[in-house]
Ligand binder design. Structure first.
Ligand code: SF4
Length: 162
């Protein structure tokens, strides 16, 4: 147990942090991103080594749960290297929020790298919600997520253990 625990101003221990690894994504849900998004300049984004150092420092201060988010974390180049590194920190919970577009190839490597679970949101496309949901072209990806181990209810955000 760390000597110096990170607490907020109400004395609560900060044992859970979410780390955004990118502001980019392979989807363009209209409630989230414009077609002509302006993304952060690369020099303003932490390197994977810097993100790992931030995570390590949080763990040293008592953090037991870390979630990687984006944007879409799986579009970040070499993200598996970061997952492998943080996977060695002995976390009670290590998770990722993902749109699921790359899980057919990335689910198993993520599990092997030490990630405990993932959360994916699936919003079914229909003509009535086409203004706010991912384009139909992306729907096959949602169905791919549905077919992966674990169950994902339609229109829901579900956390799935590998
Ligand atoms: S998948 Fe998520 S991060 Fe990507 S555009 Fe949609 S809401 Fe935003």
């Amino acid at each position: 147990m760390p000597q110096n625990k990170l607490t907020d101003r109400f004395g609560r221990t900060v044992n859970y942090v979410r780390l955004s690894v990118t502001d980019r994504c392979d989807f363009r849900c209209v409630y989230c991103m414009a077609e002509d998004m302006t993304f952060l300049p690369r020099q303003q984004v932490l390197t994977l080594e810097e993100i790992a150092r931030v995570a390590r420092n949080f763990v040293d201060l008592g953090t037991e749960k870390i979630r990687l988010t984006g944007g879409e974390p799986l579009v970040r180049k070499d993200i598996l290297e970061l997952v492998k590194e943080i996977g060695t920190y002995g976390l009670r919970d290590f998770a990722m929020t993902t749109n699921g577009s790359q899980l057919t190839t990335m689910a198993e490597p993520l599990r092997k790298a030490g990630m405990h679970r993932r959360t994916s949101a699936w919003i079914p496309w229909t003509p009535t919600n086409s203004a706010t949901s991912p384009a139909p072209a992306n729907c096959h990806m949602c169905w791919t997520v549905l077919m992966l181990p674990g169950k994902l209810a339609s229109g829901a955000s579900r956390s799935i253990q590998w």
